[in-house]
Design a protein around this ligand. Structure first.
Ligand SMILES: [Zn+2]
Length: 565
């Protein structure tokens, strides 16, 4: 049977944990000087070594042949812990055992001395998933810690843990792993496995994993399976979706050469790759900063993973005026602020694109002043001014709650696009019939955790989606972009993953029904009119009456804004 790389190459010694030297050294010192504490909290992003560190710590606490704070990994105790067979080291996944009973059970059993080892160690993974009752039970145990019992709590979301618990633990924050550390670890593993690789491919994977070693190894696994025991750049690009990185470079080159129209097209293409608006802006800021940095100190960027764009990036950095880059970053930051409060980020992106294409590096003053120095009768300037005006109107209309008027020049908007599959109301209506606010709140409570269970690519898709109505039988999920909705409904693996995830988190697996967000108000309105008022209004085109709106709020909660027509 094939075993995943991250399992096979799971670190067995503190020295093998990548990128967390400060933490591993502190833990080793604690063991060597016998100054361990009763409870530890390991926080940090996915795949940064928290649970590996916890298991190694449990071994080091109990190993009889300790060398410099490292477990021997050969004695009976060490091997039993590695296999998960030592009764005194208990691993609990709070995501599946979040009940008070389980923690009470710990309280009762923790009282008994360890049977084989010196220390009884409880490792509670995803500890933020415990219920309030379970946290209270855990707190009682931490307040009167039994002798020779050590708790290691691990979490990706420390803000969800009560302060009363945190204050009773020694906390270690695991950092994201640098691209360099992740690269080195992959090189080491591939050399051991005698798999050939392209260095650029590994840089692409390291950058895509965004600081998670486990994600890096999962991507590497997929790339190896594609490439028949070799790691090629093409496969790495395909698996990581780094195509978008090349598109970002296209976009930046287009706006800096004042080519508005191609830039708008590239922007739409990037959104179609599944990137959301905020992420797009962040990537642009990152790219622009790298170019600036490269102009000042090329050697500092040499280590940054640039993938296959090396040459292109260098050429661009050599010819672009730094002043333009500064203006770009300022404009990007401004837009990022404004976008926080909008439900239509894609419209801002269009305004942004027009603005960026206007930057000329002539002055550090705002764009408006800069353009005033240009001949206003210049046809290009007139055209751009007209486009900005149009786009500002769109933003205004959208803010006022209306629907966007069609634009003349940049025609297809990212959210419209090709014909969208019609929503199947026969699936939605039964859910709406039994929908309650409570059910929706329940789903929303576990939504972040549900997203964490998904794969990287699935999460990217779901980033623009939110639950908008729920009954015990079904959940209606609305997607900001029609093309993402389309992608989601064609992706049965994703739908299954959502169902299974909800089952795991809530103990029930409601049916997942997707809708494009712009159709949702109409669907809901139609339903209310045909079902709540005897269908009398269904044939008319009247705006919904106030009671209908009230009814909608009572039914679905006020989580969905009701827009006046
Ligand atoms: Zn040992």
């Amino acid at each position: 049977m094939y075993r995943a790389l991250y399992r096979v190459w799971r670190p067995q010694r503190f020295d093998e944990i990548v990128g967390q030297q400060m933490i591993t050294q502190t833990l080793k010192n604690a063991i060597m000087t016998h100054q361990t504490s009763h409870a530890y909290l390991f926080t940090g992003p996915r795949g940064t070594g928290k649970t590996s560190a916890a298991k190694i710590f449990a071994k080091a606490l109990n190993c009889r042949h300790l060398v410099d704070g490292e477990p021997c990994n050969e004695c009976e105790i060490c091997t039993a812990i590695t296999k998960g067979q030592l009764n005194d080291v208990i691993e609990i996944d709070a995501a599946s055992n979040n009940g008070v009973e389980e923690i009470r059970d710990i309280r009762d059993k923790a009282k008994y001395a360890p049977t084989e080892a010196d220390y009884k160690v409880y490792i509670i993974d995803e500890v933020h998933m415990l219920s309030t009752g379970a946290f209270n039970a855990l707190l009682k145990t931490l307040e009167e810690p039994p002798a020779n019992v050590i708790f290691i709590l691990a979490t990706t979301e420390p803000h969800k843990i009560p302060l009363t618990i945190i204050s009773r633990t020694q906390r270690f924050d695991f950092r994201r792993i640098t691209a360099k550390d992740s690269y080195d670890r992959m090189v080491y593993i591939l050399q051991q496995k005698e798999v050939t690789y392209d260095e650029k491919a590994l840089r692409v994977i390291a950058a895509a994993a965004e600081g998670g070693m486990r994600d890096a190894l999962s991507i590497l696994d997929q790339v190896i399976s594609f490439g028949d025991n070799t790691v090629t750049l093409d496969d790495a690009l395909m698996v990581t979706g780094s195509v978008t990185k090349a598109l970002i470079a296209d976009y930046v080159e287009e706006v800096t050469s004042h080519e508005t129209k191609p830039a708008l097209e590239t922007m739409r293409q990037i959104l179609q790759e599944g990137k959301d608006a905020n992420r797009f802006i962040e990537d642009l800021i990152g790219y622009t900063r790298d170019v600036l940095l490269y102009q000042q100190a090329p050697e500092m960027v040499a280590s940054v993973a640039m993938g296959e764009n090396d040459q292109r990036f260098e050429d661009f950095a050599k010819q672009i005026d730094a002043e333009v880059l500064y203006q770009m970053i300022k404009t990007l930051n401004d837009i990022q602020q404004q976008m926080r409060f909008t439900t239509h980020p894609d419209v801002y992106l269009e305004v942004l694109t027009v603005k960026l294409a206007q930057l000329d590096g002539q002055a550090t003053t705002p764009v408006a002043t800069a353009t005033a120095t240009v001949n206003p009768s210049d046809p290009t300037v007139q055209k751009l001014a007209q486009q900005v005006e149009q786009l500002q109107d769109v933003v205004k209309t959208l803010r006022a709650g209306g629907s966007a008027p069609k634009l003349a020049a940049p025609k297809p908007r990212a959210s419209s696009g090709p014909a969208v599959k019609k929503v199947n109301v026969s699936q939605i209506y039964p859910v709406l019939g039994a929908a309650t606010k409570d059910d929706l709140v329940k789903v929303r409570d576990v939504w972040t955790d549900l997203m964490n269970i998904l794969s990287v690519t699935q999460r990217a898709l779901m980033h623009v989606a939110k639950p908008v109505a729920a009954s015990t039988e079904g959940v209606v999920v609305a997607f900001d972009y029609a093309f993402v909705y389309q992608k989601a409904i064609d992706d049965q693996t994703l739908i299954d993953a959502l169902g299974n995830g909800l089952d795991r988190l809530m103990g029930q697996a409601p049916k997942i029904i997707c809708v494009p967000k712009d159709q949702w108000p109409q669907i809901r309105k139609d339903y209310l009119e045909t079902h709540q008022t005897g269908g009398t209004q269904a044939s008319t085109n009247e705006a919904p009456k106030e009671p209908v709106v009230e009814e909608a709020k009572a039914m679905f909660g006020d989580l969905v804004e009701v827009k006046p027509d």
